[in-house]
Design a protein around this ligand. Structure first.
Ligand SMILES: Cc1cc2nc3c(=O)[nH]c(=O)nc-3n(C[C@H](O)[C@H](O)[C@H](O)COP(=O)(O)OP(=O)(O)OC[C@H]3O[C@@H](n4cnc5c(N)ncnc54)[C@H](O)[C@@H]3O)c2cc1C
Ligand SMILES: *[C@@H]1O[C@H](CO)[C@@H](O)[C@H](O)[C@H]1NC(C)=O
Ligand SMILES: *[C@@H]1O[C@H](CO)[C@@H](O)[C@H](O)[C@H]1NC(C)=O
Length: 758
């Protein structure tokens, strides 16, 4: 017997161990598979010298035909080997080129292929590539056997490459349909053009024959509507004298009827023309012009537009960002552990240190930061975090205003701008603040930002791109100034990459920021006429634009209002909590006799075998489910049938309880089935305990609760009756005794009196 039991136990243990090991094993397999997939993915994405963020088409054995053959745009391909030093040195130039001519994509696109990849070797040898890097130009609608034209020349200069590409573009025979004419124009052609085309602005760039600016601007604006750009050579005497052009290059806006004005720019150069022309009224990216038709229903819900100064930062945007970040975005994470917890700590810490918020908000951020620092465990739940965030301990004068009021981050449509715009604004501001007040770590803010973005930022592709940028170059930032400029330049890189994307607000086009009308001194040109940022001026501008003192406080909710709202919320929370506590206590009281009844119920159930079997397996669970049904019900008046003074009441009660038990069991069983059906129908919706208990109160399970209460009332009432009965009996018997005593006493005295009578 003993042996057997031991064996059983052992085998039991073994099997449980093996099952544990099985789950462990399968978990390992899953983890392995996951890491393998991730590895694969990352090697795919990072094998070559370029990533998806670089806007360079990755060519491989699988796609080279579809990319190169019969393409509607011209294509420049870099053949490289990832191990070759020259290729590595050239890759930043190629990336810069890709960013520089990003707007030309419909006419000419950039691609690259890693010939060091075994799979691609055949492709590279087909194109007779022998040395790396090699650049080749494939014109539009190329044939299958086309091997492309080799681009010679300097491979370290973006401008030279750009010019080379333009030269090749001009020689194409099937002209890419998306590419506007690049050749110089004349007076006669312009007159015909204006007659036949209905274009709002015609920009004429007057330049020398060797200049590329005209053609560059033509290509730069090829994706924009309501504007056409043509180049006019300085030798085109008719037009030059008609407009009185003396400076080359220069740009004129030419209108029907021979009206013209000179385009005002700080410097006569490509970038300045671009900023100015893109800013003309009606000039929008193709396909973005039509303002989305909104039906009336959504219009009525829409917020009113908040007028604001476009060259200022608004506290309302920053508070809205914090509201969304802390109450919505973070709430998606029930628990923070490991890296996420560290990121949360760093984020809150830089906010508490550098955010130039109103006193109430700063108090709150500080209490949050302090609380997080005091959490010594390796995990923090959002629930606990949220309690501090909502100031449930009622730190005086601390609150985060609720809701969003976008001002300078308003979008022309509800899905545009807003939170991501606020996020950028917040972190630019923090880098500036850190320079003013920061400690020893110049990257403190950027590390906090990277941590937040990669762990919590809802837009996952954005987070990935941002992480890539941080990995690539964040180490470059060695001082506070570096950090400010790093974030500025990376933000511009994002602006460049997503210009024209669906997320772009047509009313707020993505430009390289700040534009000359915000900061003229920020822009300058190199000797070769290429645009150059004056980073010294950019820094000064950023420090002014994002200075804490310059933040406007329009549209903010009043501090006292915010605090009052919080108090109100807190009070109502306390009230519901108190209510819950009372209900819980009532429940516990009601539950004690309920358990007693349950026992008897079970005894009876034993007799009723079938019912007993049905009951047994989930008895506990049912009791748990049943419990809340009493919650929220006020005790009803004592019912007459319980005022039964006879001691027989005990037996009567037992019989009744048994009756109740069996009848309620039947009820419960059907109810259980109903509930199970309902649960499966509603899925997870029913997890809300309030909803569940409400439903149960509505159902006939209430009858059972009534019985339970009935029993409890009975026991209380019984003891009361007992006591009073005792008192009455005691009182009655003593009066009786007293009466008897008096009676006999008087009788005795009377008799004695009679006897004593002479
Ligand atoms: C970290 C991060 C990564 C993102 N990645 C992507 C992505 O990969 N793809 C995508 O579609 N969207 C991405 N977004 C969203 C996108 O960048 C914009 O925030 C969003 O499209 C709203 O654009 P916006 O017009 O409001 O201007 P935003 O780019 O949000 O800029 C907000 C404000 O900051 C100022 N500003 C603009 N440029 C600069 C600058 N260089 N330096 C300082 N201040 C500047 C301007 O006043 C501007 O109005 C990302 C957002 C963030 C925060
Ligand atoms: C090339 O593409 C054009 C349209 O872009 C199409 O009309 C033509 O048939 C294609 N030619 C070949 C050979 O595929
Ligand atoms: C907007 O702010 C700028 C910078 O402070 C200021 O020069 C300008 O006058 C303001 N514009 C308006 C309309 O208030």
């Amino acid at each position: 017997m003993n042996q057997l039991a031991k064996m059983a136990r052992r085998s039991n243990r073994a099997s449980s161990r093996s099952s544990r090991e099985m789950t462990k094993y399968s978990r390992h397999v899953a983890v392995f598979r996951l890491t393998f997939c991730l590895l694969l993915l990352s090697t795919v994405a990072e094998a070559g010298l370029y990533t998806t963020s670089d806007q360079i088409v990755a060519i491989s054995l699988d796609n080279y035909k579809s990319v190169l053959v019969n393409s509607s745009s011209a294509i420049v391909v870099e053949f490289y080997a990832s191990w070759c030093g020259h290729c590595i040195a050239f890759s930043p130039v190629y990336k810069r080129l890709a960013r520089d001519i990003k707007e030309w994509k419909p006419a000419v696109d950039l691609a690259a292929i890693d010939c060091a990849d075994e799979n691609n070797r055949k492709v590279c040898s087909n194109f007779s590539i022998t040395g790396y890097p090699t650049l080749k130009f494939f014109h539009a609608f190329g044939r299958k056997d086309s091997t492309g034209q080799r681009i010679k020349g300097v491979l370290h200069d973006v401008q030279a490459l750009r010019h080379e590409i333009i030269d090749l573009m001009e020689k194409q025979d099937p002209w890419p349909p998306a590419c506007p004419p690049l050749e110089p124009t004349s007076q006669a052609e312009i007159d015909i053009f204006l007659e036949t085309n209905n274009v709002r602005h015609l920009a004429l760039i007057f330049e020398n024959v060797s200049s590329y600016i005209g053609r560059e601007v033509i290509l730069d604006l090829l994706q924009f509507e309501n504007i056409a750009v043509r180049r006019v050579l300085s030798t085109e005497d008719d037009l030059v004298t008609k407009l009185g052009v003396t400076e080359f290059p220069s740009c004129y806006l030419y209108y029907p009827g021979g009206n013209y004005t000179r385009l005002k720019v700080n410097i006569e150069a490509r970038t300045f023309y671009l900023y100015a022309l893109q800013g003309l009224p009606g000039v929008v990216r193709s396909g973005k012009s039509a303002p989305a038709t909104r039906d009336n229903t959504s219009k009525s819900i829409e917020e009113v537009w908040r007028p604001h100064n476009r060259s200022r930062v608004y506290m309302a945007d920053l508070e809205s960002t914090l509201h969304y970040s802390l109450r919505v975005e973070l709430a998606a994470h029930p628990v923070f552990t490991g890296e996420a917890l560290t990121s949360l700590r760093n984020y809150i810490s830089v906010l508490a240190k550098y955010f130039p918020g109103r006193p109430i908000l700063m108090n709150l951020l500080k209490s949050l930061s302090l609380w997080l620092d005091n959490q010594t465990g390796d995990q923090v739940s959002y629930q606990a975090f949220s309690e501090i965030l909502e100031n449930s301990v009622q730190v005086p004068d601390a609150a985060l205003p609720e809701g969003v009021r976008w001002v300078s981050c308003q979008g022309s449509q509800p899905h545009l701008r807003r939170y991501p715009c606020g996020m950028w604004t917040l972190f630019h501001l923090l880098t500036i603040q850190a320079k003013k007040f920061g400690g020893s770590d110049p990257k403190e803010v950027l590390n906090a930002m990277t941590g937040y973005i990669s762990n919590f930022f809802g837009c996952r592709p954005c987070a990935e791109h941002f992480e890539n940028m941080a990995k690539e170059s964040l180490t470059e930032a060695k001082t506070f100034t570096d950090s400010i400029l790093w974030l500025w330049s990376r933000h511009n890189r994002v602006n460049n990459r997503i210009a024209g994307a669906l997320s772009e607000d047509p009313k707020f086009p993505k430009i390289q920021w700040p534009p000359p009308d915000l900061c003229a001194d920020c822009h300058t040109v190199k000797d070769n006429g290429e645009h150059k940022w004056n980073t010294q001026q950019v820094l000064l501008f950023l420090q002014k634009y994002y200075s804490a003192e310059g933040i406007l406080t329009d549209y903010l909710e009043d501090e006292s209002e915010v605090l009052a709202k919080q108090k109100l919320k807190h009070a109502s929370l306390l009230q519901t909590e108190a209510q819950k506590r009372i209900e819980r206590e009532a429940l516990e009281k009601a539950n004690a006799p309920n358990i007693a009844a349950q026992k008897e119920e079970e005894e009876v159930a034993d007799e009723d075998e079938e019912a007993g079997k049905a009951l047994e397996p989930d008895g506990d669970r049912r009791q748990m489910i049943r419990r809340p049904s009493i919650v929220g019900m006020k005790p009803r008046e004592v019912r007459e049938d319980i005022v039964d003074l006879d001691s027989v009441v005990n037996r009567h009660f037992k019989a009744k309880a048994a009756q109740v038990a069996t009848s309620s069991r039947v009820k419960r069983r059907t109810l259980q089935r109903n509930r199970e059906e309902r649960d499966s129908r509603l899925g997870a919706v029913l997890i809300d305990p309030n909803v569940a208990s409400d439903e149960r109160d509505l159902s006939d399970d209430g009858g059972l609760a009534r019985r339970a209460r009935w029993m409890s009332m009975l026991s209380i009432g019984f003891s009361k009756v007992d006591v009073s009965l005792c008192v009455i009996l005691y009182f009655m018997s003593s009066t009786c005794l007293l009466a008897m005593y008096i009676f006999f006493k008087t009788r005795l005295r009377l008799r004695r009196a009679k006897v004593s009578l002479p």
